[in-house]
Design a protein around this ligand. Structure first.
Ligand code: FAD
Length: 584
């Protein structure tokens, strides 16, 4: 047995990142991939997993410390041979390849650009490259383009959330004297509606690929050297290989292979335990449902199931739901959603899951853990997503992959190999479709010989719950943590005629300004259509606006969007829709 220091791996360009949770203590026995600590940057929280199994001899960090790549988290006693022992075979490949492979065989086709992955990042990059006049192929293992977002993510979830929101809104009409009978839900038809929405969108992409003469090569792609990719062809609905393969040669390639659901090792296989894809399949509505993970994906799916009739419990290791958004905004959402939950278990861990005939029994440990295991009809595991960087033969192309499977890129989206680009979930947080699309456009422009850079000031985040919660730029909580001097202005929707008329007066719009320059650096909205409105705040930040620019822009009345102008007036001290404020 030997003593080994567990260190922070490559975490992108972040330095001195806050440690917001320490999950281990001296004497603990840890397995590979157990979470050691959780870090929080201005963009996201990330767990740092154990690379090696063993017994913790010393913990060198505490909550509130700041740490960077290489910082020592703990010392463990381990046999060196245990390192990565629990990882799947495909993940044991070298993570940072210094030497690429050489392929000297023939190729079946040659392209200016081969894009690996047909998700929002991949298809956007491919279409943009084709629009530049380049010869382009997309390698995608599934039958349709669109990736996670269109097939099992953003779009199907919003199709279901839309129906749930209408049901909720109709119920609220009772207070205005309009009463409908309880909805009769035909779950098969609802599922088929969702599937039609997906098919319409993915079908549209197939058409656009054809119009642009982008070749879609259906199969599992794996790089075999810096200029070739081998594709094992697939067919059918899934990714079943046919036994045939083709080799494509490329001048440039864009890696857009996305991410996959993180599976918790102690959770058994059972049809009553699902990930987000399983939840979207909407097979039935359970009476009692547990959501493991209080992030956006879990809460969105919980909203759907609860509106359809399920009672919800949620368990979250951290101290709050929807981390990343300001607590004052989340509190407004939480108050309106209290009725959905029997038990919100914060600072609580799931320690065991047992599938029995009469239900799934789950044991918890932590602040809000019930003493006895709890029984559920459905358990949704929404504990995060992992990048696919270690599954694509990147090492053969000479592309470096971090311990966790991310691929680092520069602002032009180039990897360490200049003609190989990477975009989307595989390059880091936040894992969001709109980030992937913009990065894809930058990569495509560079493939075409332009000098393009991904230099967005903000990437908005939205929870499409009811009400929606949206935010962009720095949050108030983050500003406090980082010691950034800010001024904030909040416009409560109780003072908005439109919000009151629409029955959504609980909402709020907040703008955050740099205290020295007066420029807007952040903002958040909670309320109906918050996700649609946050774009204005993003634009204001990108354009370097101050409160005067936003407040003097004439917003149409009466709209919910007007609340952004009003919040800017609050910042200026000129809002006449609120009691008098001190003039700033
Ligand atoms: P992906 O969408 O993951 O696409 C990667 C593609 O590459 C896949 O099609 C995959 O099959 C293919 N691929 C991977 N490896 C190979 C290989 N070796 N060979 C061939 N093909 C391969 N984001 C938002 O912005 N808004 C939302 O509302 C939102 N809602 C979400 C809801 C859910 C339930 C989930 C799970 C995610 C949601 N997201 C949302 C996140 C969003 O889906 C992702 O950020 C986005 O899809 C990432 O795009 P991408 O192109 O990087 O990768």
């Amino acid at each position: 047995m030997s003593l080994i220091e567990l260190k922070v791996p490559d975490i992108g360009n972040y330095q001195n990142v806050d440690i917001i949770a320490v999950e281990i203590k001296t004497g603990d026995t840890i397995a590979v991939d157990d979470t050691l600590i959780t870090l929080e940057t201005d963009k996201a929280t990330m767990d740092v997993p154990a690379e090696i199994a063993g017994v913790v001899k010393e913990v060198r960090v505490k909550v509130g410390d700041k740490i960077s790549e290489g910082g020592v988290i703990a010392v463990i006693e381990a046999a060196a041979a245990t390192a990565k022992a629990a990882a799947p075979a495909s993940e044991t490949a070298p993570v940072a390849a210094s030497q690429a492979a050489t392929y000297s065989g023939s190729s079946d086709a040659e392209y200016d650009v081969v894009v690996l992955g047909g998700g929002p990042g991949g298809y956007s990059a491919a279409f943009a490259a084709a629009d530049e006049g380049l010869k382009v192929a997309v390698v995608e293992r599934y039958a349709t383009l669109g990736g996670v977002c269109l097939n099992v993510g953003c779009i199907p979830s919003k199709a279901l959330l839309h129906n749930a929101a209408v049901i909720d809104e109709v119920k609220e009409l009772k207070a205005n004297g309009i009463e409908y009978p309880a909805p009769k839900i035909d779950i098969d038809q609802l599922r088929s509606y969702k599937e039609k929405v997906v098919a319409r969108m993915t079908g549209g992409l197939a058409g656009m690929a054809k119009t642009r003469k982008v070749d879609i090569i259906r199969g599992n792609g794996r790089y075999i050297d810096p200029h070739h990719i081998e594709v094992k062809l697939t067919s059918g609905e899934g990714k079943t290989e046919t036994g045939e393969k083709v080799t494509l040669a490329f001048k440039n390639t864009i890696i857009a292979a996305g991410s996959r659901v993180v599976n918790l090792p102690f959770i058994p296989e059972d049809p009553r335990i699902v990930d987000s894809t399983g939840a979207l399949a909407l097979k039935s509505v359970p009476e009692k449902m547990l959501i493991i993970g209080g992030g956006i994906i879990g809460l969105e799916m919980g909203t759907v199931y609860s509106t359809l009739g399920a009672r919800l419990d949620v368990v979250e290791m951290m101290g709050g739901l929807m981390l990343g958004a300001d607590r004052d905004m989340v509190r407004i959402w939480q108050k309106k959603n209290e009725h959905r939950f029997d038990n919100i278990m914060l600072n609580t861990k799931t320690t065991a899951v047992e599938a029995r005939e009469d239900g799934i029994y789950v044991t918890f440990e932590g602040d809000k853990a019930p003493a006895e295991p709890q029984r559920y009809d459905l358990v949704l595991v929404a504990a995060g997503r992992a990048p696919n960087g270690k599954l694509i033969g990147a090492e053969n192309a000479g592309v470096e992959v971090t311990d966790r499977g991310f691929i680092n890129v520069d602002k032009q989206m180039r990897t360490n190999v200049p003609h190989i680009y990477a975009i989307g979930d595989i390059v880091g947080q936040p894992m969001l479709a709109h980030k992937a699309v913009h990065e894809g456009h930058v990569a495509a422009e560079n493939c075409a010989g332009h000098q393009a850079y991904f230099d967005a000031r903000v990437i908005p985040g939205v929870a499409y719950t009811n009400p929606e919660v949206a935010w962009a730029g720095i949050t108030e909580d983050q500003a406090k943590k980082d010691g950034v001097k800010i001024t904030k202005a909040v416009f409560p929707w109780a003072a908005s005629g439109r919000a009151v008329a629409n029955g959504c007066s609980e909402g709020a719009t907040k703008l955050i300004f740099d205290a020295d320059s007066g420029l807007i650096i952040g903002g958040a909205i909670v309320g109906s259509s918050a996700g649609d409105m946050i774009g204005e705040i993003c634009l204001a930040i990108e354009m370097g606006c101050d409160a005067d620019d936003i407040g003097r822009t004439i917003h149409p009345h009466p709209t919910l969007g007007e609340s952004i102008g009003m919040a800017a007036e609050v910042a200026m001290g000129t809002c006449t829709d609120l009691p008098p404020q001190r003039k700033k």
